[in-house]
Design a protein around this ligand. Structure first.
Ligand code: SF4
Length: 394
């Protein structure tokens, strides 16, 4: 059985940020102990549906704000995972944290438990931008959190940043990047703000209250990041992700996210979490009380089903191929290997997409790379117009 990845969703935040549409809730912290029990029970029930312990090589605590869990609660979850799954001793274990929700002691405790990668939601170094985003931290919290993480022994830190923010200028974005580079992170994730339906940002924007940079300015910010991070020694290995070298020919790429982009299997545990395993896609119920109740009352079901599933459906080969194109092309360095495609589907990639690829190539959006020209990937222009490329495979 292939090594799987395990995503653990922690849907609690101190406050909802005005732009966020994730499945996360403020003011439910009193349900965290019951939620941790439910998450552990969900792991046990899914694992019990297999006659052997499923190999797991990455774990990712995402949210929400996983750093709202106590060290003891993270320990309980990790111990359960290690009991019911065959967790690799070299597993990458990431925890998302918000600056301002961690202390020197909690970071030390997490590191002792085996958490070996932290991902901090920094977003911006500018107070006005953080205020518009309604974030609770300031940049001094970021500096302190990174310093404490280093003292605790973390050697693999990701910092999340956002561009295309209301009122943001190119100069301000450049300044944020420079400040963040000064913190020497191993990994950077840069996301362009998107206005999601149902958020306060959506309503404010509809009323003309947000001055969003136009597409050209957002593209300039992205291009500046590509150039500047390249100069700083980072490799862009995915549309929104950059990593520093970690040794001879290796990089601090996020192994957990690579599992998604390579179309490999993962289990999604927790309220609203999505999974892809055994040829099925799963999605859990979103409200925290429903999730807890389903896990408390549910029984084990055939793998990879969980009693918390709200959706569960097989993935057709056609959909799997299209999915592989859309997520695989996000990998800006390695792209999609013709050989891997052939091996997985028994079909030739050029043949399957013969009506799509030539037009995208002519528009300068994709290219064949690698020594044998057998890896399909986005060009630099294609990275800027990724959505146009991905929609061609829908
Ligand atoms: S802290 Fe993160 S997950 Fe929570 S509301 Fe803000 S953006 Fe969303």
């Amino acid at each position: 059985m292939d090594a799987h990845s395990l995503y653990l969703h922690i849907p609690f935040c101190q406050k909802r940020c005005a732009y966020c549409d994730f499945n996360t809730f403020a003011g439910l912290e009193n349900t965290i102990p019951a939620y941790v029990n439910a998450l552990c029970r969900e792991m046990r029930l899914v694992a019990a549906s297999l006659p052997y312990r499923l190999p797991v090589h990455t774990l990712f605590f995402g949210g929400g704000t996983p750093s709202l869990l106590s060290v003891e609660q993270v320990a309980t979850i990790l111990e359960t995972a290690a009991t019911v799954f065959d967790v690799s001793p070299r597993a990458e274990i990431t925890l998302e944290a918000n600056p301002g929700t961690v202390t020197r002691e909690t970071l030390r405790g997490l590191r002792r438990l085996g958490v070996n990668r932290l991902s901090f939601g920094v977003q911006s170094a500018h107070p006005e931008e953080l205020a518009i985003l309604t974030r609770l931290h300031d940049y001094s919290d970021v500096i302190r959190s990174v310093q404490w993480a280093r003292e605790a022994g973390f050697e693999n830190l990701n910092l999340d940043l956002m561009f295309g923010l209301p009122g943001q200028t190119l100069e301000r974005w450049q300044r944020t990047l420079e400040l963040v580079l000064g913190l020497r992170p191993e990994h950077l994730s840069l996301y362009c703000l998107t206005i999601e339906k149902g958020t306060p940002f959506f309503r404010w924007s509809a009323r003309g209250l947000l001055e969003i940079p136009d597409d050209d300015l957002a593209a300039d910010m992205y291009e500046h990041a590509m150039d500047r991070l390249g100069e700083a020694g980072f490799i862009q290995y995915e549309i929104s992700n950059w990593a520093r070298p970690s040794g001879e020919g290796t990089w601090y790429s996020c192994r957990h996210n690579l599992q998604y982009w390579r179309g490999l299997p993962y289990l999604g545990m927790g309220a609203g979490a999505h999974g892809y395993a055994g040829g099925f896609r799963t999605a859990n119920v979103k409200p925290v009380p429903h999730y807890i109740q389903r896990c408390q009352l549910g029984e084990s079901q055939p793998f990879p089903r969980s009693p918390a599933n709200d959706e569960f459906h097989p993935v057709s080969v056609q959909d799997e191929m299209a999915e592989m194109m859309m997520v695989g092309l996000r990998l800006t360095e390695e792209g999609i290997s013709e050989e891997v495609f052939q091996h997985r589907f028994g079909k030739n990639l050029r043949e399957v997409y013969r009506n799509i690829l030539p037009a995208l190539e002519q528009q300068g959006l994709i290219e064949w790379a690698g020594q044998n020209h057998d890896h399909l990937r986005l060009t630099r222009r294609g990275r800027l117009l990724g959505n146009r490329v991905f929609s061609a495979f829908l």
